[in-house]
Each structure stands twice: as C-alpha cells, then as structure tokens.
Design a protein around this ligand. Structure first.
Ligand SMILES: Nc1nc2c(c(=O)[nH]1)N[C@H]1C(S)=C(S)[C@@H](COP(=O)(O)OP(=O)(O)OC[C@H]3O[C@@H](n4cnc5c(N)ncnc54)[C@H](O)[C@@H]3O)O[C@H]1N2
Ligand code: MOO
Length: 405
C-alpha cells in the first residue's frame, strides 16, 4: 500500500478522538479563581443592572419640560448617596453614577449648562431621558446573564460581580498527564551532553494545555524501552483524563509508544494525512475506575506537537469541558504572500497575518520543516494547503486563527 493510502484524514482522526468523550463533573469556585473556566449551566440574572436610574454625566438633573429656563439648584447628588425627590422648578447638581431624584427625567451635562447668579441656565431643547441610565437597561433580573458552555472571560467575570455573585459552578479542569519520550531529551537546568537536546515540548505544551483550559497534573519522562514505556503509561492513565506523550510514535525500533498503547489499551488511529504531525497516535488506556483515559501520542518534532495540539488537544479538552468554542479554531481567508506545493498530506503552514484596509495578508515562515520551532514563534495562524495542490502568491488561502482562540 502506498503511504498516501495508509494515511487517515484529520477529520477521521478527530472523530475517533472525540467519540464518546465523557463530559467532566462540576465544582464550585470563588469567582476570583474562575477565570477561563467553563460554565456547565446558564446563569440567570438575579438583579437589575444598573440597580437604579442614574446619571451618565456630571451635570444637572431636571424635568425636560423645564428646558430653556434658569433653575435653582435644590440638592447635590454624588455617586453613592441617596436622592430626595426633585423640588418643582429646580434642578439637582448630579455626578456620574448619582441616583436620579424622583421627578427628574433628564440630565444636562455641565459643559452645556451656564452657571448664573440666579441658578443654572439649561438649553432650550433637552430630550426626555437624555443622559439617564435606566434601571435594568444593561441586565434585567430573571433574564439570561451567561450561557452554558462559555468560558469565563474578563467581561463575564465582571458581569457576575455586577450581580453580587461570589461563587460560581464550573467544570472541573481536565487532568492531563504529559509524558516526554526520548533518551536524548534533557530538562533545562541540566547539562547538555553530546547528542542530547533540551525538552522544548514540555513547557510549550503545558502552556497550550492551560490556555485550552486543562491542568497538567502529572509530568514524567518515558525511557526508550518497551517495558518502561508500558509502566509509565499505565501509571499515568490511572487518574488522568488525558494522557499525552511526545515522540516515539514513528516507525523506528526505538519508538515504543504505539506498541505500549496497543498492549495496555487500544490504538484507534495512527498516521494522518497532515504535515506536520503525520505519525500522531490516538487511542485509549484503562483508568483506575474501570473507564478509559484518552491517549494522544504527539510526534516528537516540536512543530508537529505544536500544530497537533491546536488541532487535536484543543477540541478534546473542549469536549471534556462541553465547551463548543474550543471545538473549532476560528477560520479566516487571507491573501497568501508565499508559494507552496503539497504532496499527499494537508499542510498546516505557520503564518503571520498582517491586517490592513486592503485585507489580510498571510506571510509564511521561510522554513516550514517540522524540526524548526522558529516557524511557530510569533505565528498568528495555520494556513491550510490541501493535499496535492499548490498555491501562488496572491491566491486566497484559508487560515485557522490562533490568536482569536
Ligand atoms: N523512516 C521514517 N522516519 C520517520 C518518519 C517516517 O515516516 N519514516 N516520519 C517522520 C516524521 S513525519 C516525524 S513527525 C517524526 C516523528 O517521530 P517520533 O514521534 O517518533 O519522534 P522522535 O523520533 O522521538 O523525535 C522526533 C524529533 O523530535 C525531537 N524531539 C522529541 N521530543 C522532543 C522534545 N520534548 N523537545 C524537543 N525535541 C524533541 C527528537 O530529538 C527528534 O529530533 O519521525 C520522522 N521519522
Ligand atoms: O509529520 Mo512530521 O511532523 O511532517 O515531520
């Protein structure tokens, strides 16, 4: 069989990986620790926001029917203070956020009011409700505030605080075991002997996994040897939701990961029609509770690991968290500023994007080999070049956006 015929599509790989993934249980956290966590259920507003009619400007509150007159100032309302009803034929000095006095229905900003010896001269024509922020105009009590499946970002956390909410129910983070294979791999801080290289994949993947919403609970190094590989894999699978290895999934006799997976659990898929990342291995390992832990064997080349993490680990974490936005990377179309030709594999080229009035231009890092991590540093997107095709400068190219994710 030709190599091309033995390769599975990226879509088939994703389907196999996501099939039957269980959604994780929930936990309750203080809001200040809930950033980037996923909501398991809709949150309903329990308060009106703002909770009372208030002024959007520093100025004077009045009845709009008093427009064009000179009005005495009958009270002064600072933010946080309560207001008296507005005396007829008067105005109230008011500050941004100050409570509107009963009877007033508009605010004139101070730049548009003239202070005279007899009072405040207000313009002739003031629309009713001008510069008033009405109770419930942002959020109405009893209406949906935040939706199930969303990740708590800065604005969402602000919205919860606006309701006086201090604790929130969120999905537990997926627990990931991250295992590095390769006798040549050394951790930074250790001396580097001939033939050795530092472990780039570990910190890179920890950061990506945390960005996607997971926590790395188990780190280990796997020896390039069959029995040791089995032992580390089975231990890691015990209480992790996902076991990830890097390296050791290719065809050499020093690549033991696939065999260990097959003997302990199940290999669902191996070798995908993608570049980089071809020897990706997907499967399952038994866990401690009679269930299954998902297994993703990433290729050792750091670029392959990087690309496969965006394409496979992100949706897997999204499925565990029941978070649809993690399922797919945002797509955009750019104008290619490069030429490329592909073979039997779909190429995910690392590109930077320049946004201008004329549109988006994708520029490819000149060396797209999978050992060249420089191609990922500063990359904004993965430009998709389908198998057996070519692209010329000026052509439109579909890109998966990494920054909007
Ligand atoms: N005869 C063949 N050889 C290879 C094939 C093939 O089809 N036939 N496929 C190539 C492709 S494509 C890839 S991708 C790699 C992936 O191989 P492995 O997943 O088995 O990875 P290793 O051999 O263990 O390592 C590959 C490369 O990456 C370096 N590496 C590994 N781990 C790390 C790390 N944590 N940090 C930094 N660098 C790492 C490792 O030293 C190797 O240079 O196989 C090709 N070979
Ligand atoms: O699949 Mo490999 O990452 O092309 O080098």
């Amino acid at each position: 069989m030709s190599e091309a015929a033995s390769l599975q599509s990226v879509e088939a790989g994703l389907e196999a990986l996501l099939e039957g993934v269980p959604v994780l249980p929930t936990e309750t956290l203080p809001c200040e620790r809930a950033a980037r966590r996923v909501l398991p259920a809709d949150v309903t507003a329990r308060l009106d926001v703002p909770p009372f009619d208030n002024s959007a400007m520093d100025g004077y509150a009045l009845r709009h029917t008093d427009a064009g007159r000179v009005l005495p100032v009958s009270q002064r309302i600072t933010a946080g203070a309560s207001a008296e009803p507005l005396a007829p034929g008067s105005c109230a000095r008011i500050f941004t956020g100050g409570a509107m006095p009963r009877g007033a229905d508009c605010v004139v900003r101070q730049e548009n009011a003239e202070v005279t010896a007899d009072g405040i001269r207000v313009p002739d024509d003031i629309p009713v409700h001008d510069n008033v922020r009405h109770r419930g105009s942002d959020v109405r009590s009893g209406t949906p505030l935040l939706s199930a499946g969303m990740r708590l970002d800065a604005a969402a956390l602000g919205h919860l605080a606006g309701q006086g909410i201090t604790e929130v129910e969120v999905r537990r983070r997926p627990r990931v075991a991250l295992l590095s294979t390769g006798d040549e791999i050394v951790e930074p801080g250790q001396p580097l002997k001939a033939g050795q290289i530092y472990n780039s994949n570990r910190p890179m993947l920890i950061e990506l996994l945390e960005t996607f919403g997971a926590e790395v609970t188990h780190l280990a190094t796997v020896p390039d040897e069959a029995e040791g590989t089995r032992k580390v894999l089975s231990e890691a699978a015990r209480d992790a939701d996902v076991v990830i290895t890097t390296g050791g999934v290719s065809v050499g006799e020093e690549d033991h990961v696939k065999a260990a997976l097959e003997s302990l659990g199940r290999l669902d898929l191996w070798k995908l029609a993608m570049r980089p990342g071809k020897p990706l291995a997907l499967g399952r390992l038994p866990d401690d509770n009679g269930g299954e832990t998902r297994f993703v064997g990433l290729p050792g080349n750091p670029v392959s690991s990087f690309v496969a993490a965006w394409l496979f680990l992100r949706p897997l974490i999204g499925a565990l968290l029941d978070c649809p936005e993690l399922g797919q990377l945002p797509r955009l179309t750019a104008r290619a500023d490069f030429t490329a030709r592909t073979g039997p594999r779909r190429h995910y080229m690392r590109v930077t994007l320049a946004f201008s009035a004329e549109g988006i231009v994708a520029q490819a890092f000149p060396d797209q080999n999978s050992g060249v991590l420089s191609s990922c540093v500063g990359a904004d997107a993965l430009a998709i070049i389908e198998p057996d095709s070519s692209i010329s400068a000026g052509d439109s190219v579909d890109c998966l956006w990494l920054r909007g994710a």
